[in-house]
Design a binder for this molecule. Structure first.
Ligand code: NDP
Length: 380
């Protein structure tokens, strides 16, 4: 029996993880499930999986959760400390699937404890990559990447041959607006932006995919996860999302991982690592797909990857600022406060205003994250 907790169980990654657990029930013991506000779904999941505890991050919803779980032995908890407690509970693996830097503290709690992390929450690494990697090294926690691109690299990168890697190529679908010019993206609505052509995901990552900032965040994520320099990281547009990423070695060999665009494949891989199990994902049928296309990234109309690369090069607090400004701008767009193209402009302006400083501590990073959110909100 593997003891597992899911931080962000009510979201898209959380649901896919639960789907896999339900199909392999005898091998999992669910310790904690967490959500932000969705009490009903959280309580239903906790009951159906017989979890030990359920945590709602929004403290004002504690009574609702308690009531929803009355008559069961499931412990209802609420708030930030409770999230950390869930992350620190006895687990073999913690699925980090909260969206945004809101998941950082709890994920770090699990890392500190030395637990293996199924890492979906890429914003953690963007915001606090160096600190998180250092903590994982000290505690022995393994960061197993769930993001399909990083999972692909993880599957084909041989760490023993790290010095023989020429480059890593992240594939990108290009999102729903690939091929459009800036004027053609003036009036995009939130509904259009979250309708991704290949993947069904949460709202924030869907907007990130539409602006291409998702690939920018992934560039930073890859830099922290793998033994590679910034100039060895490449991005290629591959609209079919069949090749999930590639590693090129110095002898000319390119190793890639292919599969149907179904997050249950990378999730299953990390949950069963280093073994593999049957998944319900559709088998890849290359004859049916026929053609695989590849294009350059259009950084004129989609400057997000360039901005993210520059923030990574600048280092220090720049990626933290990039991430926080992006979160604020994406939610402002989803709430109809700014237009689509403003998202990336706000990020650029925030980075310009705030510059970059050396990272001195985790507390300093949290303060920078907070300061950025205020600055970006002012700009909005
Ligand atoms: P969703 O928006 O679908 O789910 C987010 C989860 O986090 C929900 O459980 C939500 O709870 C919870 N949550 C949101 N805000 C907070 C908060 N402030 N405090 C505590 N919990 C919170 O996101 P996804 O599942 O799409 O994405 C999760 C992470 O995985 C992201 O970092 C994303 O980039 C990454 N990822 C996602 C992929 C996908 O296919 N979806 C692919 C690759 C990476 P509630 O339901 O109550 O709001």
């Amino acid at each position: 029996m593997k003891k597992i907790s899911i931080l962000g169980s009510t979201g898209s990654i959380g649901l896919s993880t639960i789907d896999l657990i339900e199909r392999d029930r005898q091998n999992y013991d669910v310790v904690a499930l967490t959500a932000h506000k969705n009490v009903d779904r959280l309580a239903a999941q906790a009951k159906s999986l017989n979890a030990e505890m359920a945590v709602i991050a929004d403290e004002t919803l504690y009574e609702d959760l308690k009531q929803a779980l009355s008559g069961t032995k499931i412990k209802a908890m609420a708030g930030r400390t409770a999230l950390n407690e869930a992350a620190e509970s006895e687990n073999d693996i913690v699925m980090a699937a909260i969206v945004g830097a809101a998941g950082l503290e709890a994920t770090l709690s699990a890392v500190r404890k030395g637990t293996d992390i199924a890492l979906a929450n890429k914003e953690c690494l963007v915001c606090a990559g160096e600190l998180m990697i250092d903590l994982a090294r000290q505690s022995g926690s393994r960061l197993l990447p769930v993001d399909s691109e990083h999972n692909a690299i993880f599957q084909v990168l041989d760490p023993k041959q790290a010095d023989k890697i020429d480059k890593i190529t992240l594939t990108a679908s290009g999102g729903p607006f690939r091929g459009r010019s800036l004027p053609q993206m003036q009036n995009i609505s939130p509904a259009e932006a979250i309708a991704h052509p290949n993947w069904k995901m949460g709202a924030k990552i869907s907007v990130d995919s539409a602006t291409m900032m998702n690939k920018g965040l992934e560039l930073i994520e890859a830099y922290h996860l793998f033994p590679i320099e910034i100039n060895q990281l490449d991005i290629i547009i591959h609209p079919q999302s069949v090749i999930h990423s590639m590693v090129s070695y110095v002898d000319g060999t390119v190793l890639a991982q292919l599969g149907s665009p179904d997050m249950r494949i990378p999730i299953s891989y990390v949950m069963n690592y280093p073994s593999r199990k049957l998944t319900p994902a559709k088998a890849l049928n290359l004859k049916e797909i026929g053609l695989l296309d590849f294009f350059d990234v259009d950084e004129i109309n989609f400057p997000a990857t360039k901005i993210a690369r520059e923030a990574l090069q600048l280092g220090g607090t720049a990626p933290t600022i990039l991430n926080a400004a992006n979160e604020v701008a994406v939610y402002a767009f989803l709430e109809g406060k700014i237009k689509f193209l403003k998202i990336v402009q706000i990020i650029e302006q925030t980075l310009e205003i705030m510059g970059s400083e050396k990272i001195t501590s985790l507390e300093a990073l949290y303060a920078k994250d907070e300061e950025t959110r205020i600055k970006a909100s002012e700009l909005i």
